[in-house]
Design a protein around this ligand. Sequence first.
Ligand code: GAR
Length: 203
Amino acid sequence: MLKLCVLVSGGGTNLQAIIDNIANGIIPDTEIVGVLSNNRKAFALERAKNHGIPAVCVSPKDYPTRDLFYQAFMETVDRIDPDLIVLAGFLVAIPAPMVQKYQRRIINIHPSLIPSFCGVGYYGLRVHQAALERGVKITGATVHFVDEGTDTGEILMQKAVEVQDKDTPETLQKRVMEEAEWKILPQVIAMAANGTLKIGERT
Ligand code: GAR
């Protein structure tokens, strides 16, 4: 049984896609053992609770320094004790000691075709705004391992999505989610669950 910890900051539609694909068997032998948010108001926390999944918020607002926040955050993840950590719209950088501890055991979904429109400052709607400003005709989504950089880890799966003339950042975001993100993130988790994707050993 693959044990997942899903990290979220917002609406949680990618979390929902994981929940649904575990329920319908497309992701085999997998359990979400914890959902963790940095944002108390994240609707993703409600989604987790609605499905009986333990959900917790560790907010930087509750700690006097960034270091103390990161310490509490890492302790919480360690307590959840997952095989694989999934960043599903998680907008906090993962601290280097955690990346080192969980080598090839943290994956992220990014809403563009990396290496386009990624790195520091590119998240959520900003990614789609930048794609529209540049005038690309194809965009998409990428699932990758998380390393010490921002969106620099090994690419695991990508899916292209066409940009339409009348797109706004919002309509493009919706299409990229529906046509790419909600498909490739569950597919990569399924590969980890069935052994097709080799993930890091527990240390
Ligand atoms: C998704 O589009 C995800 O790809 C993006 O945030 C959104 C979260 O939506 N992540 C990033 O931009 C990370 N750099 P969700 O909360 O509905 O899953």
